[in-house]
Ligand binder design. Structure first.
Ligand code: SF4
Length: 463
């Protein structure tokens, strides 16, 4: 079996989700499973030749995971399925991407779903694939948890998923990832890994009622907005897909750290800790790692600005320990997203510009205090979140963002080389927002696969 996943050309990061899934499948099914990282630049014919060489005379079974809404990968899955490959959709947003956008039958301009491109889909933990792999010939999947299967008219049958089980989340084989080179699959040696500690995000644990403004393009000075129940940031599909399922115990996290490859001096490669509020538990985790005789080189933290502000005393303890042990702590990604309060409100970030600026002051002060043990800037490899353009950009928001950026010198150390345009996945809260505006105003925005093209001029007319 192989799992195809989206990748950026020339990168060397590991992919926890697909690589852990491949490890679980191999360990529990006895079926070899590799991950193939496919970039937009890869040639489809060369990839299909490499797949044919890999499978030889065996029935090809290809999972697709973490596709980053890439239409080229959805159409590759459809092509392979038509040619006899068993294609299985898994990973984040499986359920909603397989089923299609809410109301697509009544509203034909909406995303119809990827059910036609895949033989099956599996929502939730990878171990659910094991019984499925034994039954592929019979299509008798009625009792297998997490499985989705479609009739030819798009009617989807869906079994409830299993809960996440820590016992299968401790092991990752990091040498099972391949890339395409000269029509062949070659191993990719990764230089950074990931360690999972939180399943989902605590900011998405609670539902709040919020108002989101109409897009600036159709709302000139009218002040219209939509009230919506929101779980986490309005643009975040993790928030809708997973919510928050809690924290893995320390032993499971240590098992994952033990799996990381080592660099030449015997220390573990740098890794990103997946936890939006990691600071309170990190000093104890670092001590546990040390007691286990594991040497670390670098920990990359992705956290929220409020997590940094509330956890500053823990971070100082952590940096003191890290400096003593020669471990570099990089605040590699803080989701600032904007420096305009109206846009932060519409993103439902739960943070203000003042919070973002306080977090930046803290990082700059820590750099002065902890020097070589601590990094936070774009020069040091950080890539902080900055979403632009957005649907609410106006002359006022542009002026406000620009004012804060130049007043606080954010271009020197905080802003990433490129901003990230707002993406509205059809199943994010902003998907509900834009559908509500379509209904009220009689507009239709185009769909690009599973993404809603908010940046285009909407077409008039009800379906
Ligand atoms: S964008 Fe980040 S902080 Fe917001 S809900 Fe998603 S994971 Fe949580």
């Amino acid at each position: 079996m192989a799992i195809i996943t989206s990748y950026f050309k020339g990168e060397t990061y590991g992919l926890l989700g697909p690589q852990m899934a491949a490890t679980t499948i191999e360990d529990f099914s006895g079926c070899e499973c590799i991950v193939i990282a496919v970039s937009r630049e890869d040639d489809r014919i060369a990839l299909k030749k490499a797949l044919a060489d890999y499978f030889g005379a065996h029935q090809p079974i290809i999972g697709f995971s973490a596709l980053s809404a890439r239409e080229d990968l959805f159409s590759l899955a459809a092509e392979l399925k038509n040619e006899g490959t068993i294609t299985i959709l898994g990973g984040p947003q499986t359920n909603v991407d397989f089923n299609g956008e809410k109301g697509w039958r009544e509203h034909p301009h909406r995303f119809k779903g990827a059910w036609g491109s895949f033989s099956f889909a599996v929502q939730g933990p990878a171990e659910q694939l094991i019984p499925l792999l034994n039954l592929l010939d019979t299509r008798d999947v009625g009792s297998i948890p997490g499985v989705l299967i479609a009739e030819t008219d798009g009617t989807v049958r869906q079994n409830a998923s299993k809960a996440w089980d820590q016992s299968t989340l401790g092991k990752v084989r990091w040498d099972n990832i391949y890339i395409l080179a000269n029509s062949r699959l070659i191993p990719l040696t990764i230089s950074t890994g990931q360690v999972l500690q939180h399943i989902g995000c605590p900011h998405a644990a609670r539902t709040t009622e919020s108002r989101i403004d109409y897009p600036a393009s159709i709302n000139a000075r009218e002040g219209k907005s939509i009230k919506l129940p929101l779980r986490g940031c309005s643009f975040c599909d993790v928030a809708v897909d997973k919510g928050f399922h809690g924290t893995l115990d320390t032993e499971t996290v240590l098992r994952q750290i033990r799996c990381l490859p080592e660099i030449a001096d015997g220390r573990k490669i740098p890794f990103e800790l997946i936890n939006e509020y990691p600071l309170p538990i990190l000093p104890a985790l670092l001590e546990a790692v040390h007691s286990d005789n594991i040497e670390l080189s670098q920990i990359n933290l992705t956290l929220r600005a409020d997590g940094l502000i509330s956890g500053i005393q823990y971070l100082k303890v952590l940096l003191t320990i890290a400096a003593r042990r020669g471990v570099f702590v990089l605040l590699s990604s803080i989701g600032f997203e904007s420096f305009d309060d109206r846009i932060l409100q519409n993103l439902n970030k739960g943070l203000s510009v003042a919070d973002n600026l306080q977090a930046i002051r803290i990082m700059r002060d820590l750099k002065a205090e902890f020097g070589d043990a601590f990094g936070y800037s774009s020069r040091e490899g950080a890539n902080h979140g900055f979403i632009h353009p957005t649907a609410w950009d106006s002359e006022e928001t542009a002026a406000e963002n620009q004012k804060i950026i130049s007043l606080y010198g954010l271009q020197d150390d905080i802003l990433p080389p490129h901003s990230t345009p707002l993406v509205i996945h059809h199943a994010s809260a902003l998907g509900d927002w834009i559908r509500e505006i379509e209904q009220r105003e009689g507009f239709q925005w185009p769909r690009y696969g599973s993404v809603i093209g908010w940046w285009d001029t909407p077409r008039c007319g009800h379906d």
